[in-house]
Write a protein that binds this ligand. Structure first.
Ligand code: 13P
Length: 259
């Protein structure tokens, strides 16, 4: 795994969208617009697109990854996909524990913990999604939920291997919503995540871990999130589906960095 630095990692999560042809067309048009090395752009594409989009991305700043995987190395798990399959297809990272996986497919922290271990053992960077539901937030339990998810999902993993981890704070109530968290709300939880990570791992590694915010990010609010000291990047759903809106999130950053 190539080392990454805290900074601006913008990840598009396409979810269950885009055919092979649509994806390649998008990626071929995206790549020439990725001119600033200060912004790293990751794209989590459907399984069917990983192989050809990884080939397209070789030698470019674009990093291709997957949206899920199984924890087993191989076997009778109909419909599932293994880390080695992703690795061979060219995936460099994998989103794990997304709230849609937790909600629709009943994935729990123990399963996600095993997936993280498998991904790390295969040199695939895990992007661990955590976040509270609206009910949990309204009952004042956000901090407790986040702490529990981090501790359970990262249990029994050597601290030094986790510097390759990305954490994505995605409040469940902000995913696919009309309004997401405010940058200040997100910063508060990101800072708390870093404190928790320094307790689970150590302060030095906690300082290195990239913590992204996700949930209703668009070109209007992206810059304000990235101004926060503990927000190191963004995980973007809907706004990554159109080339124009995705570029609008990436390119204002390019412009800032060039001045
Ligand atoms: P939206 O940006 O569509 O709210 O989705 C966020 C998300 O789930 C990214 O993983």
């Amino acid at each position: 795994m190539n080392p990454i630095k805290r900074g601006r990692i913008i990840t598009g999560n396409w979810k269950m969208n885009k055919t092979h042809a649509q994806a390649l067309d998008f990626i071929k048009n995206l790549i020439p617009q990725l001119t600033n090395e200060a912004v790293q752009v990751f794209l989590a594409v459907p399984f069917t697109v990983i192989y050809s989009s990884s080939k397209e991305a070789v030698g470019t700043p674009l990093v291709i990854g997957a949206q899920n995987m199984n924890d087993a190395s191989e076997g009778a798990f109909t419909g599932e996909i293994a880390a080695l399959m992703l690795k061979e297809a060219g995936a460099q990272f994998v989103i794990l524990g997304h709230s849609e996986r937790r909600y629709y497919f009943h994935e729990d922290d123990a399963f996600i913990n095993r997936k993280i271990k498998r991904a790390l053992s295969m040199q695939i960077r895990p992007v661990l999604c955590i976040g509270e539901t609206l009910e949990e937030r309204e009952s004042g339990r956000t901090q407790e939920i986040i702490d529990n998810q981090l501790r359970s999902c990262l249990a029994d993993i050597p601290a030094d291997t986790l510097k390759n981890l990305i954490v994505a704070y995605e409040p469940v109530w902000a995913v696919g919503a009309l309004e997401g968290a405010t940058p200040e709300q997100a910063q508060e939880i990101h800072a708390a995540c870093r404190v928790c990570l320094s307790e689970i791992l150590n302060a030095e590694i906690a300082q290195q871990i990239v913590i992204q915010y996700g949930g209703t990010v668009n070109s209007d609010n992206a810059g304000a999130f990235l101004e926060q000291p503990d927000i190191d990047g963004l995980l973007v759903g809907r706004a990554s589906l159109s080339l124009q809106s995705f570029i609008e999130i990436i390119n204002p950053l390019n412009n800032e960095d060039e001045t």
